[in-house]
Design a protein around this ligand. Structure first.
Ligand code: ZN
Ligand code: ZN
Length: 280
């Protein structure tokens, strides 16, 4: 018997995330996934900046699940939320995809994560259709959609769903005409249905969630027995000072509170470059 056999899950999405989430969930856990389009997730934030996201990634995913469970009578709620940032202060775009599952009966939250530098996050200010075409060829248009605005990235005039060469040309002409300074701002569309690179990352986050759900508590058999805490302080191999690297992992069962510790998950000592004393 599969984990969620005969159970129903609601997935709130506006951007076709069910394409990757539903088949994996139904096949691996046995539940039926109902896709709910009745809640406008853009109210919680958009990548094209018309609405800035006010809450954290996790909190936003929780809100989507709450809204979905108001609309559909289901024991399980699923939501996905992505974020893009710079990789530790470097100018490398970094994508973190989160897929969250809430089990109402068990009052248990489990999440899957996938982090990647594969983002296809690009933008450019252009003055000619030739430049638009160069950009389009570089980013994998038309499978990856384009978003366009007159002038600059914060213009309130915005054209989305550009996914044919005809729309690309028409949109450019329109933006050029409505531009005050003669420039057009173009960028890759980061919504899941418009960005296959991002959709792949959501699929991997979903698989990570499935894997976590299928890690069972050795004491009571409950699902989702995963690392809850990372204790740092692995001693430096040169001077023995506790470093920032993990000394042990702590896994804890949400149900019976059984705890398991794994010492030295990354080896018995830390290279001196991670030591605050040897490499301050
Ligand atoms: Zn347990
Ligand atoms: Zn040291």
């Amino acid at each position: 018997m599969k984990l969620f056999q005969n159970q129903t899950a609601v997935l709130v999405t506006k951007h076709a995330k069910e394409r990757v989430i539903r088949p994996i969930f139904e096949q691996k856990t046995g539940c039926a996934v109902i896709v709910e389009h009745g809640y406008d997730t853009d109210l919680l934030g958009t990548f094209s900046r018309e609405v800035d996201r006010r809450n954290s990634q996790l909190k936003t995913a929780r809100t989507k699940i709450d809204e979905g469970m108001k609309l559909v009578n289901a024991n399980l709620g699923i939501a996905s939320e992505g974020s893009f940032m710079e990789y530790y202060g470097l100018p490398i775009p970094w994508n973190i995809e989160l897929v969250l599952l809430y089990d109402k009966q068990e009052d248990r939250e489990t999440y899957g994560i996938y982090e990647s530098a594969e983002t296809n996050l690009h933008h450019q200010t252009v003055r000619s259709f030739e430049e638009v075409m160069q950009f389009a060829n570089r980013i994998g248009f038309p499978e990856h959609y384009i978003v366009m605005r007159p002038d600059h990235e914060r213009s309130s005039q915005i054209i989305k769903d550009i996914n044919t060469y005809e729309k690309l040309e028409d949109s450019f002409k329109w933006c050029e005409k409505h531009s005050i300074v003669g420039t057009v701002f173009i960028e890759t569309d980061m919504r899941a249905h418009a960005n296959p690179t991002r959709m792949d990352n959501i699929e991997k986050a979903t698989l990570n969630l499935i894997e976590k759900l299928h890690t069972f508590c050795p004491a009571c058999g409950a699902p989702g027995f995963i690392i809850q805490e990372v204790i740092r302080g692995l001693p430096c191999e040169k001077c023995g000072t506790p470093s920032e690297l993990a000394l042990r992992y702590v896994s804890r069962c949400y149900k019976c509170k059984h705890t398991q510790e794994q010492y030295y998950p990354k080896g018995h000592s830390a290279p001196p470059k991670y030591c605050n004393r040897c490499n301050p």
